[in-house]
Design a protein around this ligand. Structure first.
Ligand code: FE
Ligand code: CA
Length: 516
């Protein structure tokens, strides 16, 4: 039974989710019949955006993950949720209802507040006569509190076709406090003809329906679902959530700007619908402000930045074409133009503010790619990463130095290779920060022959492995930050052992990484 005030609240939530006013008469009738023949929790549940007093709980109703529309009709469905202090959901502390509407891809984003800081909670959803699995989440510690430890698992690049998700199964078993995903959650291209372990949909994702389908396709994976159910996530996208190597309003294939922005709007909407994000980041057209920071008491601050949406247009396209469309000569003058930003002026100012006002002992920067300058053996650099915007990198490094930011550590993804390196302002200079690029969950990387060739001429890179898939684990205490690269033995089989590949430590107050 839905009383008047509940109905008004549900209406408000439905309208907020859909981003449009809905007429009550249009759906109240439909909501009454909410029994669903099939399990609507086929793409799992998730939580994210932990704060000291709350988290976001997320689900999306899908009965058939490989069907357009997820097997759902246009009818809204009432979704119940509950959150408890124990894993058997006996000590429920809050419960409520929301509407899953077709206009939001039948996703629900529940922003729970009023929880206790720094503790585990368990949650689940019900809909149409079915109950979801139970997930575990965790609130952030009280603001300013001294905390003993923090474990973060971070990963990126999970191309469905290229491998299985043993990395996610292992990550869930390691019991992290927080999972950080740094982009390429989906890949947008249609199915490849051969050399794949499982198949993508037959067409490229480029409108809302096909992006939604792609997320449901990926999220049907039980190991990915387990990783979402084990801890709250913080997410950032990279390029493949929209289109390969896009930057700002520009795509590799140079479509008309208005056409590309329509595609970007669809991709961002699908991203929002499929991630445990707060409603404050919900996209407006092709714009979605995703950069943000999370404090874990006084132990750590994590700033997560968006280097795709606001970046200046790609540099050196003429030379790029001459170099087979991939890489540019290291001498390209636009690379070093200080007016070109990879983050945009507003985000750069925001980031400098977070460097300036930090109270945290460890200051993590979550970003999409490899931050270091890297020259390939034939003398080229990539113009898709920080090397295409070297003055933005310089300004971030100078920010750490000038604000005397304690213990900066960078976490990255994108390059499908594990890298551990120090960051310096000048070649061979004093380390200002260390960076750890966490490989890829399943996407194919470069060969170790190439990686070792790169390391020979880039001595700041202390470790590299492009053959092994996996993720990174960060264990932080007041004294040290230990980063473990976890390597999947064989990502081409559904279930693979996962082992320590390499381990590093950064000690409090001593810039520069060491092998542990
Ligand atoms: Fe990738
Ligand atoms: Ca990428």
């Amino acid at each position: 039974m839905v009383d008047g005030s509940t109905r008004r609240r549900l209406l408000f939530q439905a309208a907020a989710l859909a981003g449009a006013a809905l007429s009550p008469a249009a759906w109240t009738g439909a909501v009454a019949q909410t029994r669903l023949a099939d399990d609507p929790f086929r793409v799992g549940i998730a939580s994210g955006e932990p704060e000291p007093d709350g988290v976001v709980l997320w689900t999306r109703l899908v009965t058939d993950p490989q069907a357009m529309g997820g097997g759902m009709t246009r009818a809204p469905v009432r979704v119940g949720w509950e959150i408890a202090e124990d894993d058997r959901l006996r000590r429920t502390v809050q419960r409520g209802e929301a509407l899953a509407v077709a206009e939001a891809g039948h996703s629900v984003h529940i922003e729970v507040a009023g929880l206790k800081p720094g503790r585990d909670y368990w949650y689940r959803f019900t809909a149409g006569g079915h109950a979801s699995p139970t997930g575990r989440t965790r609130t952030a510690p009280e603001a300013g509190a001294w905390v003993d430890k923090l474990r973060i698992a971070y990963g990126s690049c999970q191309k469905w076709e290229s491998g299985y998700y043993s990395a996610h199964a292992d990550l869930a078993e390691q019991d992290p406090d927080l999972v950080l995903f740094l982009g390429d959650y989906i890949y947008e291209k249609k199915a490849s003809k051969d050399g794949v372990v499982r198949h993508h949909p037959p067409v490229d994702a480029q409108d809302l329906a096909s992006y939604r389908e792609r997320y449901a396709w990926y999220k049907a994976d039980p190991n990915l679902q387990a990783a979402h159910a084990c801890a709250p996530w913080m997410v950032m996208w990279d390029d493949h959530e929209v289109s390969n190597d896009y930057g700002g309003d520009q795509d590799r294939s140079n479509p008309p700007v208005a056409q590309f922005l329509r595609r970007r709007a669809a991709a961002y909407q699908a991203y929002y619908e499929n991630m445990p994000l707060r409603r404050t980041v919900k996209p407006v057209g092709p714009n979605m402000r995703l950069y943000r920071a999370l404090d874990w008491g006084r132990l750590a601050r994590l700033a997560v930045i968006d280097d795709r949406q606001y970046r200046a247009h790609r540099s050196c396209d003429a030379q790029s074409n001459k170099a087979n469309g991939k890489l540019i000569p290291a001498s390209c003058p636009e690379r070093t133009d200080p007016r070109r930003s990879m983050l945009g002026a507003r985000q750069e100012a925001w980031l400098q503010g977070r460097l300036g006002d930090t109270q945290a002992r460890w200051n993590l920067l979550g970003q999409q790619t490899l931050m270091n300058e890297v020259v390939t053996p034939d003398g080229r650099v990539s113009n898709d990463g920080w090397d295409g915007y070297s003055q933005t990198r310089r300004r971030v490094l100078e920010g750490w130095r000038d604000h005397k930011v304690p213990n900066p550590v960078v976490l990255g993804g994108d390059v499908h290779t594990f890298f551990a390196a120090d960051l310096t302002l000048e070649p061979g200079g004093k380390p200002i920060a260390s960076e750890f690029v966490g490989g890829s969950i399943s996407s194919l990387g470069r060969s170790n022959e190439v990686v070792h060739g790169m390391m020979n001429i880039n001595p700041q890179i202390r470790f590299g492995d492009g053959d092994t898939r996996g993720y990174g684990q960060v264990d932080i205490t007041s004294k040290e930050c230990v980063v473990t690269f976890r390597g999947v033995e064989n990502a081409l089989v559904p279930t693979s052992p996962v082992r320590d590949l390499a381990k590093f430590v950064v000690e409090d107050g001593e810039a520069g990484l060491k092998r542990a």
